[in-house]
Design a protein around this ligand. Sequence first.
Ligand code: URA
Length: 247
Amino acid sequence: MRLDKFVCKSTRLNREEAVVVIGAGKVAVNGSVVVDAGAQVHESNCIVFQGGCLKPRPFRYLLLNKPKNTLCSNVDGDHPSIFNLLDVEYPHELHIAGRLDADTTGLVLITDDGRWSFNVFNPKYHCQKVYRVRLRDSIEGEHKGEIDKQLVTRFKQGLELPGETKPTLPAKMAYVSEREVLLTISEGRYHQVKRMFATVGNRVVGLHRERVGSIECDVPCGEWRYLSDEEVEGFGFSPFSELDNRL
Ligand code: URA
């Protein structure tokens, strides 16, 4: 990590203040003064400022139940940012792991651990995301209470989304009602769920993310909580080949 970032993460200084104290020769790395704010340092280095060895704050991992018409962005835009809902210190250090559209609700993971968030949404690890999808048109097949079998097969085989060459990875659909399904996917392509249903001639009219890996969206709409250690470690990032067995 950059030295100025390390200083920010272990003091109350912001980035500009960190650059100033580093440039003024007030920070030493492993016994030598370093004035380059962009110098790469490691957590195991001894970084001394104001007579003490700095220790970065521990990583934070949060889940939020995102309300409709909020933005997965660090700043407000057409709608307010979800960060307005978080009463935490140093919110600027946090980022969103796997964004949702403004009109989508449900589980959003937020952290300052870049490696963790990269892995959660890295398609290599096939982390499953479950969406409750409300549809414009019925998905019922021949029998009441069942999804059209052809549709199930198409989603399982993978769909070619417009403008993309690689088909989607196998997706699983479970029937909820004539116009509602639970869809399990293991990627996070741009507007993926809406585009998958558009590709088969349907339209998503309501979307809610219920689960990411084993983490459930278990807080009321607009509320958040910290993840437990088990939840953070539970992703167990290990690639596997036979996705079908997991779906
Ligand atoms: N797929 C979408 O189309 N939108 C989302 O917000 C999430 C997944």
